[in-house]
Design a protein around this ligand. Structure first.
Ligand code: GUN
Ligand code: FE
Length: 455
C-alpha cells in the first residue's frame, strides 16, 4: 500500500477520462491520490483489494475529499491554440475574410501591447477566463513584443495555469504593416532567444509550468530566412513550436505560388517540426503533408469554430484521426469567440456532421456529403484532454498514475447553468455527452493545475 506521508491530498468520486484513444473510462467512486509534487501517485477503483483500507487511512489522516453525486472529475481541458492579445476582439469582424480581419482588426490591436498596463489587464483576464472554463493547459500566441509576452508568461505562472507561450515572429515587409513588424531579422532572433531563456528562468518556474514556444505567425508573414533561423532555435533548445498551417485557400495558395511548396514542406525544410509542434488548422493537407507530419510526430490544433469562419473548407478530422496523426482542440480566440474547450469539442462534432451529411439540398442524399466522416462526442472529449496533451508531449490529460494532477470538477446541480442529469435515465456515456453539449463556465466548480487548486 502507498505511504500516506507521500500523499498531499486525495479525492473520491465519479469521473471520466480517455486512456484509450477514442474511448472513455468511467471512474465510478474512484480514489485519486495526489503527491506533494502535484502528480498522481495512485488511483484505486472499488474492486481493487487495497481500496477500502486506503480510503479509511486517507479519511483518518484528514486527506480525503469526497465529491458529491452530481460532481464529475475530469482531466483539465487543453487549448492548443489561443491568441491571448486578441481577447478584446472576441466576437468582432467575423464577417470578414482572414486577410482583411488580420489587417483591420488584429494587427492594430496586437500592436497595443507595448502598453504594459493594457497587457497586464488583458492577459490577467484571458488566462483567468480560460482557467474558469476548465482549461488547465493553454498554448498562447502573444504579440511580436518580447516584454509584454514575458508578462503573459509571468501572468500564467501567477494564476497557476500550465501555459505554452510564444513571442510572435513576423518580418515580411510585403505582408506585415510597417507599424507591426520586426525591426530586422537579427534583432528579432536576438529577442526571441532572450525570451526563451527569460521564460525558462522566470521566478517560480522551476517545474516548467510555463514553456516558451517558437512562434512564426504563418508563411505569409515570415521571410524564408526568418523561418530558417527560428528552426535553428527550435533545434538548439528542443523547443515547442506553433504556427498556422494551410488555414485557408488564400494561405495555401500563397505558399504554393511564392515557394512552390506546401506549408508543411516549408516548415519541415526550415527545421521547425518536431514532436512538440502545434500546427493550427491544417485544412488543406496533401498526402505527402500528412506523411511528413507523422514522420515528425507533430500535432494539429483543430479549431472547428474558427474554421467555419476562415477556412473555406471542412477539416478532414475523421481521416486525420484514423491516420494516427496527433490531434487536439483549439479555441483560436479570436478567430472564434468562445474561450471554452467544451464548446470546441461540441463544434468538432457538429462540424464533422455537416461534412458527413453535406449541405446542397439540390443533390440526392447519397451524393451530398462525405460518408463516415463524423467525429463522436467521446472522440472529441479525447481530443480535448489526452489528445491535446499528446500533441504537447505533456504528462497531463489523464487521471492516471504518473500524470500531473491537472483536473476539473464539473457540477450538474439544478441551480447552476443548463446542465441537467437524471440518474434514472442517464448512463455514464449520456452524462459525458451532456457535459460536452451543455457544460458552461458556471458548471466548472474546481480546477487544479499540478496538484494546486486554482479555482
Ligand atoms: N493566420 C495568421 N494569423 C492569424 C490569426 O491571428 N488568427 C487566425 N485565425 N489565423 C491567422
Ligand atoms: Fe490562430
Amino acid at each position: 500500500m502507498i505511504t500516506l506521508n507521500a500523499i498531499q491530498f486525495a479525492l473520491q468520486g465519479n469521473g471520466f477520462h480517455c486512456p484509450v484513444k477514442g474511448e472513455f473510462e468511467y471512474l465510478a467512486n474512484a480514489l485519486i491520490l495526489v503527491d506533494h509534487n502535484g502528480d498522481i501517485a495512485a488511483t484505486y477503483l472499488p474492486l481493487d483489494p487495497d481500496y477500502q483500507a486506503t480510503r479509511d487511512a486517507l479519511l483518518q489522516a484528514n486527506k480525503l475529499t469526497v465529491l458529491e453525486q452530481d460532481q464529475y472529475l475530469m482531466p483539465g481541458l487543453v487549448d492548443l491554440h489561443c491568441h491571448a492579445p486578441q481577447w478584446p476582439q472576441a466576437g468582432k469582424g467575423l464577417d470578414l475574410p482572414l486577410y482583411d480581419w488580420l489587417q483591420n482588426y488584429t494587427f492594430p490591436l496586437e500592436n497595443r501591447y507595448t502598453d504594459l498596463d493594457f497587457a497586464k489587464e488583458v492577459y490577467g483576464d484571458v488566462s483567468k477566463t480560460l482557467l474558469a472554463n476548465g482549461t488547465t493547459s493553454a498554448v498562447y500566441f502573444a504579440s511580436i513584443h518580447r516584454e509584454p509576452t514575458e508578462l503573459l508568461a509571468q501572468t500564467c505562472l501567477d494564476v497557476g495555469q500550465r501555459a505554452y507561450v510564444g513571442k510572435v515572429n513576423m518580418d515580411n515587409a510585403e505582408q506585415c504593416p510597417d507599424y507591426y513588424r520586426e525591426a530586422n531579422i537579427e534583432q528579432a532572433i536576438y529577442e526571441t532567444e532572450l525570451f526563451v531563456n527569460n521564460v525558462f528562468a522566470l521566478k517560480g518556474n522551476d517545474s516548467g509550468l510555463v514553456c516558451p514556444v517558437i512562434t512564426p505567425r504563418f508563411v505569409p508573414s515570415c521571410t524564408p530566412t526568418m523561418l530558417n533561423k527560428l528552426g535553428k532555435l527550435v533545434q538548439k533548445y528542443d523547443l515547442h513550436m506553433q504556427t498556422h498551417c494551410s488555414e485557408s485557400d488564400w494561405a495555401r495558395d500563397f505558399s504554393l505560388t511564392q515557394f512552390g511548396k506546401t506549408d508543411i514542406e516549408i516548415y519541415a525544410d526550415a527545421g521547425l517540426l518536431n514532436n512538440k509542434s502545434v500546427l493550427a488548422h491544417s485544412i488543406f493537407l496533401t498526402e505527402k503533408d500528412i506523411e511528413i507530419i507523422k514522420r515528425y510526430n507533430a500535432g494539429i490544433a483543430h479549431c472547428p469554430l474558427s474554421n467555419m469562419f476562415f477556412a473555406n473548407a471542412a477539416m478532414q478530422s475523421r481521416e486525420l484521426f484514423d491516420h494516427g496523426v496527433q490531434i487536439g482542440l483549439g479555441s483560436d480566440i479570436a478567430g472564434a469567440p468562445s474561450p471554452s474547450i467544451f464548446r470546441a469539442a461540441f463544434d468538432a462534432v457538429s462540424h464533422s456532421r455537416v461534412r458527413e451529411e453535406g449541405v446542397d439540398v439540390m443533390l440526392p442524399a447519397s451524393q451530398r456529403g462525405t460518408a463516415g466522416s463524423r467525429i463522436s462526442f467521446v472522440e472529441a472529449f479525447w481530443m480535448a484532454t489526452a489528445g491535446g496533451a499528446q500533441v504537447l508531449d505533456a504528462k497531463t490529460g489523464l487521471l492516471a498514475k504518473n500524470h500531473h494532477f491537472d483536473a476539473i470538477v464539473v457540477e450538474a446541480s439544478k441551480n447552476v447553468g443548463n446542465l441537467r442529469i437524471w440518474p434514472e435515465f442517464d448512463s455514464p456515456k449520456d452524462i459525458l455527452e451532456k457535459i460536452i453539449c451543455l457544460a458552461q463556465k458556471e458548471n466548472v466548480k474546481c480546477v487544479w493545475v499540478q496538484g494546486k487548486q486554482v479555482i
